[in-house]
Structure formats: structure tokens, C-alpha cells
Design a protein. Structure first.
Length: 197
């Protein structure tokens, strides 16, 4: 049985994977993370590491260390985000601006949590042999918001079940989100990032 490291060891290991000049958008540095660790401010250290990782090209291992640390600290949303980002390093990223239809247009009646658990179907322009849309499944993460409600628009990240089937998409392509037959939302692709692993 391999020795399980505690969250604090995992956070220290993650810091060691970063170059000293790695900085988050708000200017916090690897040095600031080491400061948090010295003062045992573990949650703050984790948050800063996530911010740096979101800006700086990091490894799958980095995200796995943080995901496990977050799990041990029972920070569920942080854990899911770190797992999500590790997946993106392996498989690439599809970012899009999603507009949900309102209920009067046949859309959803309620909001959904934007933390990667919803797995809607998407029409990404592929067709079956008989000409019908060949829908693909992709998990959905809403950026900068806890969720998304009917009639709302937000930037989202998509994690396709079969990433290779989505490689034809490019910036400006329009894809539609389905939960039953009719579309419940339309998304415009804003960025496609290739796998980094």
C-alpha cells in the first residue's frame, strides 16, 4: 500500500513543480505561496496555486496533487476544478460563450450548477449516415459563475467525452446544446486549445 501524503505535503510538492517566476493574474507569486505554507494558511496556498496554474502551463501531475489536496481539505468545488484542469492538459480545451434559451423558447425551466457535473448533448456539426445530427456528449463548466439559468449567457469550458470528434471545431463555430430533442442553448466557440500533455 503506497504511503498517502497529507494535503500539506501535496501542496508543497505542487509548489516545487512551478518555476520561481510563475505568477498569477493578480501578481501573487510562488514566493507568496511559500509564505502561506510557512504560516500554515493551506486553503489560501491552494487557491493561489490554482490561480497560478490557470495562467501558467502546468503538468497533469500538478493538477492531480492539488485535486487530492483539495479532496482531503473537503473543498469539493476546488477538487472538481483541479481534476477538470488536469483533464484539459491531457485532452485540450474547448471554450465557448453559451446562451441558454428561456422556458418560453422551449429551454430549461431551472438553473444548473456550473461545476462540471452536467453532461448535455451537443450538435457539433457532425451527421449520422442518414443525415441526422450525430450528437456528442461534453461535460460543462461555467467560468466566473456558480451556475447558469434560463435566458442567461456565460463563458463555458467543455470537456467532450470523445475529444477527437471535436477537433474540427474552430473559433466562431456555432454549436447547440441539447437535453431532450429541441435545443436548449446555443454556444459560439471562442477558443480551442490543444492537449499539452
Amino acid at each position: 500500500m503506497p504511503h498517502m501524503h497529507d494535503a500539506f505535503t501535496l501542496i508543497r510538492q505542487a509548489v516545487d513543480l512551478l518555476p520561481e517566476d510563475a505568477t498569477a493574474e493578480n501578481g501573487v507569486t510562488v514566493g507568496d505561496v511559500r509564505e502561506c505554507i510557512a504560516h500554515q494558511e493551506w486553503e489560501m496556498a491552494l487557491d493561489i496555486l490554482i490561480e497560478i496554474g490557470d495562467l501558467f502551463p502546468v503538468s497533469v501531475e500538478f493538477w492531480e496533487l492539488l485535486a487530492e489536496a483539495a479532496r482531503q481539505m473537503t473543498l469539493d468545488r476546488s477538487r472538481r476544478w483541479c481534476q477538470w484542469r488536469g483533464w484539459e492538459v491531457r485532452h485540450g480545451t474547448v471554450r465557448a460563450t453559451l446562451s441558454l434559451l428561456g422556458p418560453e423558447e422551449g429551454g430549461r425551466r431551472s438553473a444548473f450548477a456550473g461545476d462540471g457535473r452536467l453532461r448535455p448533448l451537443w450538435d457539433i456539426g457532425r451527421r449520422t449516415a442518414d443525415g441526422k445530427p450525430a450528437l456528442g456528449i461534453a461535460r460543462l463548466w461555467v467560468e466566473f459563475a456558480k451556475g447558469l439559468g434560463p435566458g442567461e449567457t456565460a463563458d463555458v469550458r467543455l470537456a467532450p467525452l470523445s475529444p477527437e470528434r471535436w477537433r474540427h471545431l474552430k473559433r466562431g463555430d456555432v454549436i447547440t446544446m441539447h437535453e431532450a430533442q429541441p435545443a436548449v442553448g446555443t454556444a459560439v466557440v471562442v477558443e480551442i486549445l490543444p492537449p499539452r500533455a
